[in-house]
Write a protein that binds this ligand. Structure first.
Ligand code: COA
Length: 362
């Protein structure tokens, strides 16, 4: 995982809008969130998280076949943030694309990568959830700015003939009729960027909090149960639930719905706020680092978000990879930087040789 160093507390936010630490804590469970510095972007956080995941999995970047970045705050509309990450990692043999399913995106991306491995199409994939939501939040809107934070988390998935692990079942759902409940309306083909869209605030997150809350509490428990049933398991075979970290009250409602104690839920929304698609991998990494997740544990990951979308999966934890030899990634990153610059120079030279500015018809 990678989160920016800068922390914004509820008290800091109370200096910006009419709110209070007590209101935010009691309604959401959030105490603080991390905010990207000027030089940090979705691609830089995603790359930092991916490097750590590769190191943990002892996998060289040139062994990666697929990179998926799930995000709602991409570096640009295009090129894909995943391609920028691929270049920075030096993952020369990887295909790369972004996946847009808002806060449910990491679950979708994990499922897509796992299916690609299962068919034999790819052997190794890096799945990243990364956001810089602070860049698309209206810091004058107390309904939304209290909720979100920045960060990234990454998983490495690998084919393995011997061990049954990884994604055992998954559920992916969408109800586009609720699309307007949580959206970033401007900048796409419906409302291309103009000075008017900027004046109208269409490039910020818009949300109907109450409706999203009702939807979330409806789907979390049901989706978890569905994934467990699909995996051919019973709820009592699940050691941990890692829910999307949007709001403590929503997580507590899911615990009540599943009749499971809160002790089985991984919760860190208090520290990071809602980091959208990054929240599940960040929570998983923290739980693994604390020694909560043990090899062989069955985990339900479950989330919801804009779309509307929701999803869940049963995952069997298979790390850490103690037997494999460790890899040194710094030389790879240095080589990647040099290669990227050389490729740009080569494209320039090619342009000079073949005639810059001339199209195919010239
Ligand atoms: N500080 C103080 N008061 C606030 C406030 C804030 N930050 N934000 C809203 N209020 C006010 C409202 O203006 C409203 O005042 P009014 O009754 O005078 O109009 C009052 O508090 C209640 O607003 P309401 O929206 O009903 O609050 P709520 O209890 O539903 O809590 C959320 C608001 C956003 C915390 C809650 O709806 C929520 O968590 N929804 C889900 C959002 C979410 O998870 N989104 C991401 C999905 S991935």
């Amino acid at each position: 995982m990678a989160v920016p160093e800068k922390v914004l507390t509820n008290a800091d936010i109370a200096q910006l809008v009419d709110t209070s630490d007590e209101w935010i804590r009691s309604r959401t469970g959030i105490e603080q969130r991390h905010i990207a510095a000027k030089n940090q972007t979705t691609a830089s956080l995603a790359t930092d998280a991916a490097v750590k995941a590769l190191r943990m999995a002892k996998l060289r970047p040139d062994e990666v076949d697929l990179i998926i970045v799930s995000t709602s705050s991409p570096e640009h509309i295009f090129p894909a943030t995943a391609s920028l990450v691929q270049d920075r990692l030096g993952a020369e043999n990887a295909g790369a694309f972004d996946l847009s399913a808002a806060c449910s995106g990491f679950i979708y991306a994990l499922n897509m990568a796992s299916q690609a491995i299962r068919t034999g199409a790819v052997k190794s994939a890096v799945v990243i959830g990364a956001e810089t939501l602070s860049r698309i939040v209206d810091w004058n809107d107390r309904n939304t700015c209290i909720l979100f934070g920045d960060g990234a988390g990454a998983f490495v998935l690998q084919a393995d003939e011997t061990e049954v692990g990884g994604v055992l079942s998954s559920v992916m759902r969408s109800d586009g009729s609720g699309g307007s409940l949580l959206s970033l309306p401007g900048g796409g083909s419906a409302h291309p960027a103009t000075s008017q869209t900027v004046l109208d605030g269409l490039h910020f997150i818009h949300m109907n909090g109450r409706e999203v809350y009702r939807f979330a509490t409806r789907v979390m428990a049901a989706a978890s149960e569905e994934a467990v049933e699909k995996a051919g398991m019973e709820m009592d075979q699940i050691q941990w639930i890692i829910p999307h970290q949007a709001n403590l009250r929503i997580i507590e409602a899911a615990a009540r719905g599943l009749k499971m104690p809160m002790e089985q839920f991984i919760v860190n929304v208090n520290k990071y706020g809602n980091t959208s698609t990054a929240s599940i991998p960040i929570a998983a990494v923290e739980a693994a680092e604390k020694g909560q997740l043990q090899r062989g544990d069955n985990i339900v990951i479950v989330g919801f978000g804009a779309g509307l979308t929701w999803g869940s999966a049963v995952v069997r934890w298979t790390g850490p990879f103690e037997d494999a030899p460790s890899v040194r990634l710094t030389p790879f990153r240095r080589a990647a930087r040099v290669r990227s610059v050389l490729r740009r120079i080569w494209r320039f030279i090619e342009g000079v040789i073949w005639g810059r500015g001339k199209g195919p018809s010239a």
